[in-house]
Design a protein around this ligand. Structure first.
Ligand code: HEM
Length: 396
């Protein structure tokens, strides 16, 4: 019976990724730790357990979730990326890019991000309809992260396509997209070696790890990670925010009247519709959680989207409440891998939402278009979000 229930829960998660929350509740109550053969992972769904797993990199490794990749050009040297590195290497890698994403450095991007947001709203203002995803949320974060890395404007849309494929479920296309993206980045790396610019790729070329420059493989991993992590998530944050606001029109009215509430509203969106639903770790030795024996090497999947709806941590977790305080959601992860791009994601979302709410009123979802989930097993978001609106203020 329990097995049957577990199988149907997994099937539900696969079939209805936009409405996993009732299912998460059942899992939290009845099977807080359960093995899903379909996902080949142990699902961990309660807030405290999720936090325990992600706070213990010694027992739950990020690095060991993937077979170590070896590159022939690197003479067999193991290549690790930040997201999939464990201490102590993780700290060294993180220190190479952390400067670029401090709240202070990120704040200096405010003017440029504001320009990009308004330019995209200008393009649709007169028509009274727009697709929040394709007309704004898909565009703004890719332009920002591509500019930070130093990718020329004319190539940014191509990057968006590769990146979408990389987080999708299409395995063969994924490999091809990685190969194409790597070839492109290598070309830029060669150019920046000859002629450094004021961008992140040039900064990484100057960086030293254990007294040596980064290898091409390490550079490529960094570029790919920053590009993909730096926009797929922010895109869905902006989309999830608008989707939720259209369900709670009073919140939109309140935010228009009190824009200082936009940052806490963004945190609540991250809790309520967590853009990254699940993480991945590997047990490094045999262990137990709630009496379940997890063997060394097995994959453990902390469900952030469930932890963020845990009634033991949040009162009335299924209510969207922008005044929730405290709001200790785990949407950006926790501990050593806490999202390095959180200040940037928060700023992009704040500027985009402020611009939308100040300029447009009567924003309503066009329900003639059914919501479709993005094609990913761990990203929460919608493919498109058509809305109607009235322009009340144009941007000078
Ligand atoms: C709403 C937007 C975002 C969400 C929800 C999000 C979520 C996350 C989460 C949950 C992690 C932890 C992964 C783990 O523990 O395995 C993470 C790590 C990371 N994120 Fe984000 N992210 C967002 C935006 C960004 C942006 C804009 C950037 C970059 C520019 C970025 C770059 C990274 C990087 C590099 C890591 C790895 C950090 C490390 O391993 O130390 N993210 N993010």
């Amino acid at each position: 019976m329990a097995q049957k229930l577990r199988a149907s829960l997994t099937a539900h998660l696969l079939q209805d990724p936009l409405h996993p929350f009732a299912c998460y509740q059942v899992i939290r109550e009845q099977h807080p730790v359960y093995y899903s053969p379909e996902f080949r992972s142990w699902f961990i769904s309660r807030y405290n357990d999720v936090q325990r797993v992600i706070d213990d990199p010694e027992l739950f490794s990020s690095q060991q979730t993937f077979r170590r990749r070896r590159s022939s050009s690197e003479e067999g040297k193991t290549v690790r990326t930040l997201l999939w590195a464990d201490p102590p290497h993780h700290r060294q890698l993180r220190s190479l890019v952390s400067q670029a994403f401090t709240p202070r450095t990120v704040a200096s991007l405010t003017t440029r991000i504001t320009q990009i947001a308004h330019a995209h709203l200008d393009a649709v203002a007169a028509q009274g309809t727009m697709d929040i995803i394709s007309d704004l949320a898909n565009q703004l974060p890719i332009i920002v992260i591509a500019e930070l890395l130093g990718i020329p404007t004319q190539d940014q849309q191509q990057f968006k396509k590769w990146s979408d494929i990389i987080v999708s479920l299409a395995r063969i296309e994924k490999k091809q997209a990685v190969i194409a993206m790597n070839a492109y980045f290598l070309n830029i790396i060669v150019q920046r070696r000859q002629e450094p610019q004021d961008d992140l790729i040039s900064a990484l070329l100057n960086a030293q790890l254990d007294g040596a420059s980064l290898s091409n493989a390490e550079l490529l991993n960094f570029c790919r990670l920053l590009l993909v992590a730096g926009h797929e998530t922010s895109t869905n944050l902006i989309g999830n925010a608008l989707l939720t606001f259209t369900e709670y029109p009073d919140v939109m009215t309140e935010l228009r009247a009190t824009p200082e509430l936009i940052p806490p509203a963004i945190e609540e969106v991250i809790r309520y519709r967590t853009p990254i639903q699940r993480l991945r770790r590997a047990a490094t030795s045999d262990t137990h959680i709630h009496g379940h024996a997890i063997k060394a090497g097995e994959i453990v999947s902390p469900i952030l989207g469930s932890a963020n709806r845990d009634e033991e941590q949040f009162s009335q977790p299924d209510i969207f409440d922008i005044h929730r305080n405290p709001n200790r959601h785990l949407g950006f992860g926790h501990s050593i891998h806490f999202c390095i791009g959180a200040p940037l994601a928060r700023l992009e979302a704040k500027i985009a939402l402020e611009a939308l709410l100040i300029r447009f009123t009567d924003i309503k979802r066009n329900t003639a278009f059914p919501l479709q989930p993005v094609a990913s097993s761990f990203v929460y978001g919608v493919k498109s979000l058509p809305v109607t609106f009235r322009e009340v203020l144009s941007y000078e």
